[in-house]
Write a protein that binds this ligand. Sequence first.
Ligand code: GSH
Length: 202
Amino acid sequence: MTLKIYDSERSPNARKVRLLAAELGISLERIPLDFAKGDLRAPDYLDKNPNGTIPTIDDEGFVLWESAAVLLYLAAQKPERDLLPRDAKERALLDQWMFWYAAHVDSAFLLLAFEKVVKSFLGQPNDEAVIRAAQTRLDRFLAVLETQLEGKDHVLGKLTIADFQMAPWFDTAPRLGLDLSAYPNISRWLETLRKKPYWSTA
Ligand SMILES: N[C@@H](CCC(=O)N[C@@H](CS)C(=O)NCC(=O)O)C(=O)O
């Protein structure tokens, strides 16, 4: 199986997929796209992913975008690794945290990254109101994750794809000006994941 990923070193959303693929031993053919050169707006790419975002995967002609959907797809290729619970209630809890993160946290991280990283790269001024709104949302919802991680090594206790969905944005926290010291459980969880041999290279 040759699984292509349309990718960028700079993208935490693409990194979610690279990290999970490394954990599962799935090899990826990486196709790097350059934001600055307009690769994400090229007609050929928009045919694959009309959102013009990354990641997108192409598995022998099966094209899939949205990082959470890609994580679910990859984990389903290796059921024996048990990163996607089979028990209905455990699976429902996984879905709860995956949807929760996508709705509340991922979107706030994306806004912060756009304001603090992309705009400075483009030489555009920051919108302080957007930064404050993203920060307020993170303050609210990171407290929920902090409580969830109390006494646990992983979001659902044992390793699941929820960890891969969430951790890459936290790894970029310093670049976004986000101080994680107020979140000892999140910081501990991140340190546990960072011990994985592929974590710094995937
Ligand atoms: N919800 C999407 C978000 C994808 C996304 O926004 N990716 C960023 C990179 S981390 C991107 O492609 N940004 C370019 C743009 O919005 O034009 C996912 O999880 O895949």
